[in-house]
Design a protein. Sequence first.
Length: 198
Amino acid sequence: MVEVKRVGLPLSAEDAAGLRVGDMALLSGRLVTGRDRVHKYLVEKHPGKGDIPFDLEGAVLYHCGPVIKKTDAGYQVLAAGPTTSMRVEMYEADVIRQYGLRGIMGKGGMGDKTLRALQEVGAVYFQTTGGAAAYLADMITEVAGVWKLEEFGPTEAMWLFEIRDFPAVVTMDSHGNSIHKEIEAVSFEKFRTLAGKI
């Protein structure tokens, strides 16, 4: 049976270093979201720590455009599935280095530039399940804050969620390992073999 690690957020340097490719994890604590507009803004506008209402040091940044409902009590998350991470590859390394992130989460993995930044800073990439947006929303126990809601809209704003037992797998680690690179290499070799038979 595979051991599942319980991981508290924000991540410490020691916790990030202790996570390896293939580790299954249940994340609990505070999680921030960020898609294309947030990444672009962070890299191009360079907001200071005082401009962002959340502390990103040690944070895990989730590539997610949640479906949010405004209620009398605040906000309710209806869906919180991952979006494709590669779409922000051009920004991610800079965001990791500049803001002290210890983790990224999304789906599909990321490229060499991000992998190098994970290694330099001591951070990891978590993959969570696509197609399970309503289930993942149930792991969010509280909407603790939001930034850039009026300017970017609910899908592209940065949300701060309190989560409990949020399921994920480490697919890129702080030691330079990437399941995505391994799969790509194996797939390419199989493709070459098949192409040679045509």
